[in-house]
Design a protein around this ligand. Structure first.
Ligand SMILES: *Cc1c(COP(=O)(O)O)cnc(C)c1O
Length: 229
């Protein structure tokens, strides 16, 4: 049996060696540990092994864990789909959202961000393969959404997020991640100053890193397989 600390350390080494193999500086890549469905004890074990940034998809599941661990200096990322009736809790308890796709949600998160907290960091989710089951906007919709969000004072758009189809082979993974990087560069030529590419999960991390990921969102490779519901 490999312990969580060992898996985490192996994963960090893998991120480093993958980055080096495609001429990237490993320090540009942040590891987000996706702790959805995992108990507080697993998160504590990861914290003991040096991990501080955690991603959660389900608000009801996340809030008690955030409360239980509030004495630790952790950074919480909401990576699930955003719903209007959840924006207040997201704005109040998280530092980042990764799957922003609606101006309406951006406005709510902005107005509900508690005073005294820094702006909520956000990535806009792109759906680049037209998969009906996935969230995200098309590349064509991105410039207008960015323009409209730009002036919200309590929300800071940091970058873009995407997920290739689960069935994608390595070639398609590279295509999708490479396209996201191009879009980010295009937006930055228009003056948006984005610095984050949130892409790469346990199964497609290598392609994501080589295409420019700055944040990889990894669950299974750290915590083991999730129970299927
Ligand atoms: C579950 C999830 C992950 C992590 O997936 P693994 O395959 O367990 O690494 C990353 N991003 C999002 C949006 C997820 O829902």
């Amino acid at each position: 049996m490999t312990s969580l600390a060992e898996r985490l350390s192996q994963l960090r080494q893998q991120i480093s060696s993958t980055a080096s193999s495609c001429d990237r500086d490993p320090s540009e890549i942040t590891l987000l540990a996706v702790s959805k469905t995992r108990p507080v004890e697993d998160i504590q074990a990861a914290v003991a092994a040096g991990q501080t940034a955690f991603g959660e998809n389900y608000l009801q599941d996340a809030l008690p864990k955030i409360a239980a661990l509030q004495d630790l200096d952790l950074e919480w990322h909401f990576i699930g789909r955003i719903q209007s009736n959840k924006t207040r809790d997201i704005a109040g308890h998280f530092s980042w959202v990764h799957a922003l796709e609606k101006l309406k949600h951006a406005r709510r998160l902005d107005s509900q961000r508690p005073p005294g907290l820094p702006p909520l960091n956000a990535c806009i989710q792109l759906n680049l393969t037209g998969e009906a089951s996935k969230g995200g906007i098309s590349a064509e919709e991105l410039p207008a959404l960015l323009e409209n969000i730009h002036d919200l004072p309590h929300l800071k758009v940091r970058g873009l997020m995407t997920m290739p189809p689960a069935s994608a082979d390595e070639r398609l993974q590279h295509q999708v991640f490479g396209r996201l990087r191009e879009l980010l560069e295009e937006m930055n030529r228009q003056g948006h100053g984005l610095d984050t590419l949130s892409m790469g999960m346990s199964g497609d991390m290598r392609a994501a890193i080589c295409e420019g990921a700055t944040m990889v969102r990894i669950g299974t490779a750290i915590f083991g397989p999730r129970d299927s519901k």
